[in-house]
Design a protein around this ligand. Sequence first.
Ligand SMILES: Nc1ncnc2c1ncn2[C@@H]1O[C@H](COP(=O)(O)OP(=O)(O)O)[C@@H](O)[C@H]1O
Ligand SMILES: [Mg+2]
Length: 275
Amino acid sequence: MTETNELVFNDEMPERYLYEMDEDKHEVALSTSDLAVYYGGDKLALSDADLKFERFKITSLIGASGSGKSTFLRSLNRMNDSVARVDGKIMYRGLNINSSDIDVYEMRKHIGMVFQRPNPFAKSIYDNITFALKQHGIRNKAELDEIVETSLRQAALWDEVKDDLNKSALALSGGQQQRLVIARAVAMKPDILLLDEPASALDPISSSKIEDTLLKLKDEYTIIIVTHNMQQAARISDYTAFFHMGKVIEYDLTRKIFTRPKVQRTIDYVNGNFG
Ligand SMILES: Nc1ncnc2c1ncn2[C@@H]1O[C@H](COP(=O)(O)OP(=O)(O)O)[C@@H](O)[C@H]1O
Ligand SMILES: [Mg+2]
């Protein structure tokens, strides 16, 4: 346990500060320890990223481009398996899901991912949501209908598409497509949703709809979101981790990161003084 606070004397600032989540008071949905990600065999792209994510909260991952946010996020549900070596532990419900004997396909039902660019299937709105469900053996029409409606409601898209469920998903606007992709992820009833800059390709109104959607979803899901938009992180997240050059430099409650960060680099970043 590093009690960084106690090491701060005479205005001397720590080089790193990671909030220590008290597991008696906060339910931890996912945690990482000794994580290290190498691309191309030996290029260390990420280390020093031991974090605990609280259940039913939103955690933002912020930092400059290339600081390792996506590398970290994608490691959490093993999306890096084919491109990188990932060492360390990722603990989910008492299991190290980074171990080789984990059924990755099964694990991703619990830990879903939404990417930066909306990637609906070239199918109807309805089929986008039911495709994976059917593959997992759900065939009952009434049950599928119910899940389609619930997930579209959760993703704040139902009112806009309820009369057009057979329309191609590709005919939706970018913002609607992204909410459809969120609905598709939610339909699998995951515990944890990982989102990599889900609103960055969208206009401000669509982006704010995504934010509203995430705030609603946090009643039922643990959300970890990469965003390069600091206002967005400040608006929606409970916790924020600041990445710099492949390490987490500071992790704390969002309000602390944006009002009283403890590390000089974080201060520079949130004040826009970075180059
Ligand atoms: N597939 C990859 N192969 C090799 N290097 C990669 C790959 N993906 C990311 N990197 C490198 O890892 C570092 C972190 O990248 P990334 O995680 O994408 O940062 P961010 O999401 O914060 O912009 C960068 O130096 C980037 O060039
Ligand atoms: Mg990225």
